[in-house]
Design a protein around this ligand. Sequence first.
Ligand SMILES: [Zn+2]
Length: 195
Amino acid sequence: MKFVIAFVLLDYSNYIWHVLLHKLPFMWRFHLVHHTDLDLDISTAFRFHFGEMIGSVFFRGAAVLLIGASPAIVLIYEIAFEAATLFQHSNTKLPLWFEKVLNTLIVTPRMHGIHHSMVKKETDSNYSIIFSFWDRIHKTVRLNIHQQKIVTGVPAYADEKELSIGNLLKLPFKAVRKWKEDERPNDGNYNDLRN
Ligand SMILES: [Zn+2]
């Protein structure tokens, strides 16, 4: 029981961290590097600016102390976290029915793909890492987007030639470009995952 509670709370702390990465302008400068990827695949799971990674070490360390998680639980959580990150950024095409079943509990590629959309409201949703219920609890869930309509990336950073490793490393220290608003009419129930 203690194990389950610590595991779930560690995941909640990472949901909070991910929301902060988007909501606090200083943190967004770093997390933006991850979101500039123009197509999602396993490599996206490794595309994090070192500044974000250093910050996350301190945040996660504080969360572990606060939760009082044992080293064994932290290790198991970290393995699950990495597996979840690889899975949700992969371009695995699972049958929709199967993904809907998985998504009742965990974050799936279709769900996380919406978080990487160029439409701002869609990026501002689906922050969960392992368990999908954090987004449902906080009403930040948005699943009703047809997958073929999603364009991945950040509109102001869509020129591939600009996205070299050197430029990405410097990105957090430059003025952040305005997000070009791109609306999509709301189409039905947010909890309805679509093909
Ligand atoms: Zn994000």
